[in-house]
Every structure is written in structure tokens, then in C-alpha cells.
Design a protein around this ligand. Structure first.
Ligand SMILES: NC(=O)c1ccc[n+]([C@@H]2O[C@H](COP(=O)([O-])OP(=O)(O)OC[C@H]3O[C@@H](n4cnc5c(N)ncnc54)[C@H](OP(=O)(O)O)[C@@H]3O)[C@@H](O)[C@H]2O)c1
Length: 256
């Protein structure tokens, strides 16, 4: 008997990792639901996908409206098996501008929790499903350069652990994906990067992690060992190392 086609929604799929995930899932035979602020970009992506897809404008800055619109998208698709919450913003914010701090907390923490809330309620009704949140290795320690970004990713990591505990007696999976550096618009212009991977490579690793059903997926996997070490660094030593890293990252490039 023919298996029914799997269906996935990706919140934040117009660019970068989300876009690469949409292409990967569509190529693997998923019906894909695309959600993000720019309907125009999502519709352009739809034309590139090999399989059936749906698109809807969802802005996580308005969490109530986003909840409503995600519900509408799921209804339009009739049902889904997988929800990937990928949307996120990063503003390097040395001056601690409040509008940027607020933006990161509202999208990365509040918006994420709102989308996860829809997914938990929806999948509990069906007693099956998989929720994936794209957090970051940045969630393991604070950052003076962008305090709200790292804190919002720590929120995601902690929230997903809570959801795993809540759902531990059900078949519903919650997968926390923690990328290192991925070559997307988010990192445009940054110099002090290492181990950078393409969005396509990140999407491959994330897809494999979902297939295996692992609760935590580092992208690439060697970040797990790096973070094991970083989490254990005493705070004073961590601040010293981070200051040196920033000095290297912001050093003007030599011209020949
Ligand atoms: N790149 C990295 O090195 C890296 C490392 C660790 C973790 N991450 C995480 O990976 C995720 C994807 O980032 P990326 O690197 O692929 O960056 P990106 O290309 O800038 O993608 C960000 C995505 O989030 C969406 N988005 C932003 N604000 C939104 C809002 N208010 N409502 C709905 N969607 C919104 C964007 O869509 P629209 O602009 O169309 O709304 C876009 O699809 C983020 O959560 C990021 O924190 C990235």
C-alpha cells in the first residue's frame, strides 16, 4: 500500500537555513508549508520546489497573529507531521540599542514559544508528530556583543528541554538543533568565523538528525565537543577569551 506523503511546515523559510531545509524536504518527498514575513519570497521559492507546497505570511513580532496564521496554514495543508521553527534575528548590538534587544527577544524567544505552543497542542490531539527548533551554540554562554541573541537562544534550549519532559510519555519528539556558523545573511560581513558550513550542508545534517530522532543535534556534530569544553570554562577565563576573540574579529583587515 502506498504510504501517505509526509507534510512539514517551516517557520522562517524565505532565506538561509530555512530555505535550504524547504528544498531538502521537498526533494525528499515532503509536502512543504512555507511561513515567513515576505510572501513574495516564499512564492518565488515555491516555484523552485519539486513537490507540492503552501505559503503564508507569518510575522513572529506579532505572536497572537502568528499563532492564528500558523493554525490557518496547518488547516489549509489538512495535517502536518513536522514543524520546524527556524525564524530568528541577530543584531550585533555593542551599543545595547533597546529596539534591537527587543526585536531579538520578541522573535527568537516569544515568537518561538508561540509557534511551539501551536505545535504541542496540535500534535497532542494526534498523539504523534515532531517539533524542531533551530537554537544555536550561542545559547550555551552569554555574549557582551549581543546579550539578547544568546539569551534568547538559551531560552529556546531550556524551553525545548521542558517540552521534552512534558511530552516524554508520548510519541511526540522535540529536537533542538544547535548550529555553529552557517554561511547565511545573518553572518554577512563577519570576519572572525571558523568551521563555516553552507546552508545546504546544515540542511543535510538537520534532515539526518530528524530521521534519527535525536533530541539534540549540533551542526556540524563536532560542535558538541567544543561546547562541552566551553560550558565548563570559568566565567573569568571565558570573558578573557571572548575579549581576545572580539579584538581579532573587529581588527581592520590589512590591505596589500
Ligand atoms: N547562520 C548561522 O551561523 C546560525 C548559527 C546558529 C543558529 N542560527 C539560527 O538559524 C536560524 C536561521 O537563520 P539563518 O542563518 O538562516 O538566517 P537568515 O537567512 O537571516 O534567516 C532568518 C529567517 O527568519 C525569518 N524571520 C526573521 N524575522 C522574522 C519574523 N519577525 N517573523 C517571521 N520570520 C522571521 C526570515 O524570513 P523573513 O525575513 O522573510 O521574515 C528568514 O527566513 C535562526 O534562528 C538563527 O538564529 C544561525
Amino acid at each position: 500500500m502506498k504510504q501517505p506523503q509526509k507534510k512539514a511546515v517551516i517557520v522562517g523559510s524565505s532565506t538561509g537555513i530555512g530555505r535550504a531545509l524547504a528544498i531538502k524536504l521537498s526533494a525528499e518527498g515532503y509536502v512543504v508549508g512555507l511561513a515567513g514575513r515576505s510572501l513574495e519570497k516564499l512564492e518565488a521559492l515555491q516555484r523552485e520546489l519539486p513537490g507540492e507546497s503552501f505559503a503564508r505570511a507569518v510575522d513572529l513580532l506579532d505572536s497572537r497573529h502568528a499563532i492564528h496564521e500558523l493554525g490557518n496554514l496547518i488547516m489549509e495543508m489538512r495535517e502536518i507531521d513536522l514543524l520546524i521553527i527556524n525564524a530568528g534575528v541577530l543584531h550585533p548590538n555593542e551599543d545595547l540599542r533597546w529596539d534591537w534587544e527587543e526585536d531579538m527577544v520578541r522573535v527568537n524567544a516569544l515568537g518561538f514559544a508561540a509557534m511551539a505552543n501551536v505545535a504541542v497542542r496540535y500534535f497532542l490531539q494526534r498523539n504523534r508528530g515532531c517539533i524542531v527548533g533551530i537554537s544555536s551554540v550561542a545559547g550555551h554562554r552569554g555574549s557582551g556583543r549581543s546579550p539578547a541573541y544568546n539569551a534568547s537562544k538559551a531560552f529556546m534550549i531550556n524551553y525545548m528541554e521542558g517540552l521534552r519532559q512534558k511530552l516524554s510519555m508520548t510519541p511526540i519528539k522535540v529536537i533542538d538543533v544547535r548550529p555553529g556558523f552557517v554561511n547565511t545573511d545573518m553572518l554577512r560581513g563577519r570576519k572572525g568565523l571558523f568551521g563555516v558550513v553552507s546552508p545546504e550542508k546544515a540542511a543535510e545534517d538537520i534532515y539526518r538528525g530528524i530521521q534519527k530522532g535525536k533530541p539534540i543535534v549540533y551542526v556540524p556534530s563536532w560542535w558538541a565537543a567544543v561546547m562541552w569544553f566551553f560550558k565548563r570554562l570559568p566565567e573569568g577565563l571565558y570573558h578573557w577569551g571572548y575579549r581576545r576573540y572580539l579584538a581579532w574579529d573587529t581588527k581592520p583587515q590589512e590591505t596589500s
